[in-house]
Design a protein. Sequence first.
Length: 240
Amino acid sequence: MSEEKSLATAKETTKAEEQEQDTVEAKGGEQDTRQPADAAETGKVSGAASRSSGDVGDSSGGKRLSAAGAKASLSDASRRVTYLLVALVIVLIATAGVLAYQWRSSASDLSTLRQQNADRAHAAELAKDYTLRSLTYDYNNLPAFFDGVQRDTSEALRKRYADVHDTLAKIMTEAHVVATGQVVATAVEPTGNNQYTVTVFATQRTQNIQQPEPATTPNLLSVTVAGTGNSWQVTDYGPK
């Protein structure tokens, strides 16, 4: 009986030890299971941290690249603006030069045109005055007539009147000729070398011994005028 109790006690003790051993092993398994899980969680956290750091790095790098790109764009835009301004200045200078040249050319042309018009007017006025002097005379005052037709004339024209002075004076005196001229119109044509041919349309009212009543006759005359510096002369005169 005593031996049976001892065996029962030994079995219970052995069973208790086995149960305790199973409990320890079970706890150890749970720890092992938790450790890989903890390691996995740690890995996930580390990976997330790494990705977060990477994202932050990428974001910082992107910002730096974006800032560099913006600076480059601003630099390019500044250079383009500078080039455009330089080109605009060059165009303005060229335009100003062209306008200045055209203005000087136009001013020169205008000055030349004004001078030509003034010369034509001077030639017409001299031809008109000379025609009036040549068509107006009185046998009672022939010196005034000859003085008038030889004034403002070339040497050749003065010589022509000098050659006919006596003959013409005798005819005018004997006929008691009195005449008065009037210029109706003039037309000036430049012939080069500052010379002008002036066509003069005039009338002459004449009376003499044979024709006591005054009569008016038309005259179409050609007067050649030459300008030399400030001096103007009649170089030729006669019917056209």
